[in-house]
Design a protein around this ligand. Structure first.
Ligand SMILES: *[C@@H]1O[C@H](CO)[C@@H](O)[C@H](O)[C@H]1NC(C)=O
Ligand SMILES: *[C@@H]1O[C@H](CO)[C@@H](O)[C@H](O)[C@H]1NC(C)=O
Ligand SMILES: *[C@@H]1O[C@H](CO)[C@@H](O)[C@H](O)[C@H]1NC(C)=O
Ligand SMILES: *[C@@H]1O[C@H](CO)[C@@H](O)[C@H](O)[C@H]1NC(C)=O
Ligand SMILES: *[C@@H]1O[C@H](CO)[C@@H](O)[C@H](O)[C@H]1NC(C)=O
Length: 497
């Protein structure tokens, strides 16, 4: 007993001491996954004890090899009605499936109205859904959106049979929103309607548009005559001016509470530093004012108004000092002691193949999917963004080689991305019984369908962030968001007729 306890403590200590580090916001994905959990508040009369327990579905490992009969256990959660001819399915994505979604969120309101059964299926390789013993390159090769769509198909088929169900509506936000759209293309006979929220449908290696939307979103902040974007640019220029000298680097180390000295010859560290500081703003823009609570509800009250309020406040010193102040606020909010910008630390963490590693939270798996299917690297290659040209596309594509395999070079990624667009048709979408929902503040809307197609409506909500319509309603929701939720509900009514 005593020795087990000591081993556990030792592991915990080791975890802290090892230079494990994955940025809290990487490739547009916050730790935990794109979709936060909905906030539970005192009015709900709900508590964590109301969430359903895990169930396990026997799933095929390789849907594309009939000879391979290996199976594994895929986790799912079931709630709402006990029996029904209507099934609602929340598609899991690039993080642990959180059963809080089985008791809260807009889809639960729709489900209650129709007396549906609510199912949430965790995505293979994320959370507790482990097809194989680790995430080594040999074992992670069964991670793909195509395998995931087949997982959904076998799961839905089994559940339809079990419940004698006649109708199925699927929901997904962010990458699962893409899966919802692709599922409707590949398996139209299995689904009667799809709500695809904040879904990127165009795969793209160099997603320069991301920071263009960040710039536009930061421009919505108005205070006096100061521009938030101009202040960010000025701060980045100031960093570039300080970097070449020893004294300048020391000043940056102290202002930004860097964990290590800056080595001017380590170009990847420098790109990673600029990208990490930009991440402070990317994450805030992507989730601005949604009714979300990540575990411990950290950071949900930091909005565009907060960070731009700091960036434009002259009494806080020059732009560089304000930029540092935003960084300090983030460190404090997320209980990080210092800013780790060492590229090698990040790569080492993401190379860890164990299910108990920090990377297994999803960072490694999602990176693999970007390298082999989607790209979606938020480079600083656009002119229309405030972070200067400090983390170009090569910085991102190089990571695929450094983390996984020398073969994953930029031409490999380009071919993989082209394959994805050919397989799913990008934004040339021809299915019906689907609605595309996007928020204007959310950088991901840039790759989505934001205008109605002849056969499928799109709802564009100005001023809202990533997946805003999926979170529980809040009294502060703008009218367009309230209206969007109603409109989605009406479409579901039609699909179920
Ligand atoms: C902006 O406002 C400040 C006072 O808040 C003033 O000192 C400055 O001259 C103004 N700048 C411009 C360009 O109007
Ligand atoms: C956010 O909320 C936390 C906890 O309630 C509080 O300590 C912090 O000051 C708030 N931050 C901002 C920027 O409002
Ligand atoms: C600017 O910062 C000062 C010092 O923290 C604060 O007192 C003041 O309210 C801020 N001004 C604005 C407009 O936020
Ligand atoms: C990528 O690797 C392949 C071999 O795996 C090679 O033929 C190709 O030239 C490389 N492309 C680049 C851009 O390095
Ligand atoms: C439609 O498909 C073509 C290739 O057939 C592609 O070049 C184009 O980008 C796609 N359009 C959109 C809007 O995705």
């Amino acid at each position: 007993m005593g020795s087990v306890f000591r081993v556990l403590v030792l592991l915990a200590v080791l975890n802290v001491c090892v230079n494990a580090y994955i940025p809290r916001f990487l490739r547009g994905r916050p730790k935990g996954g794109f979709l936060g959990s909905p906030a539970l508040d005192s009015h709900d009369k709900l508590s964590l004890s109301d969430v359903p327990g895990a169930q396990w579905f026997n799933q095929k490992l390789d849907h594309f090899d009939t000879e391979d009969t290996r199976t594994w256990k895929q986790r799912f959660f079931q709630s709402c009605a006990i029996k029904s001819k209507i099934l609602f399915l929340m598609i899991g994505g690039e993080g642990t499936a959180n059963p809080i979604w089985n008791i809260k969120g807009t889809w639960i309101d729709y489900a209650k109205k129709h007396g549906a059964v609510c199912l949430q299926l965790e995505h293979r390789y994320y959370g507790q859904s482990h097809p194989l013993l680790d995430t080594s390159l040999e074992n992670i090769k069964y991670l793909s959106s195509e395998q995931a769509l087949y997982d959904l198909a076998t799961f839905i088929t089994a559940k339809k049979l079990e419940f004698g169900a006649e109708k199925v509506i699927i929901f997904g936000g962010s990458y699962p929103g893409s899966l919802a759209a692709w599922f409707r293309i590949k398996f139209p006979h299995l689904v009667d309607g799809a709500v695809s929220t904040s879904a990127p449908l165009l795969a793209q290696v160099n997603f320069k548009g991301y920071l263009e939307v960040v710039q536009n979103s930061l421009d919505t902040f108005k205070s006096g005559n100061e521009s938030c974007n101009d202040a960010i640019t000025a701060a980045n220029t100031a960093i570039q001016i300080l970097l070449p000298t020893h004294a300048g680097r020391n000043q940056l180390k102290s202002m930004f509470r860097l964990c290590n000295d800056i080595d001017i010859h380590e170009k990847k560290d420098i790109a990673n530093l600029f990208s990490t500081l930009a991440g402070n703003f990317e994450g805030v823009v992507q989730y601005n004012k949604d009714n979300r609570a990540f575990e411990g509800a950290k950071g949900t009250n930091i909005t565009i108004d907060t960070v731009c309020g700091i960036m434009t406040n002259r009494s806080l010193g020059d732009e560089l000092h304000r930029y540092a102040q935003v960084n300090n606020l983030m460190l404090k909010t997320y209980s990080e002691k210092c800013t780790d910008f060492k590229y090698g630390n990040m790569i080492d963490s993401l190379r860890d193949v164990s299910w108990t590693s920090e990377a297994a939270e999803g960072g490694r798996q999602w990176t693999y999917q970007t390298c082999t299917e989607f790209g979606w690297y938020q480079s600083s290659d656009s002119e229309a963004q405030p972070f200067k040209h400090t983390f170009p596309i090569d910085f991102w594509t190089q990571q695929c080689q450094d983390i996984f395999n020398i073969k994953f070079n930029s031409s490999f990624i380009s071919r993989a991305v082209a394959h994805t667009n050919e397989g799913y048709g990008a934004r040339n979408y021809t299915q019906d019984r689907i609605v595309f929902v996007n928020g204007g503040i959310d950088p991901w809307h840039y790759l989505g369908i934001t205008k109605s197609l002849p056969q499928a409506p799109a709802i564009f909500i100005p001023g809202t962030a990533h997946c805003a319509n999926m979170y529980p309603a809040s009294k502060d929701d703008p009218p367009a968001l309230v209206q969007a939720r109603v409109q989605i509900g009406q479409l579901i009514d039609q699909w179920l007729k």
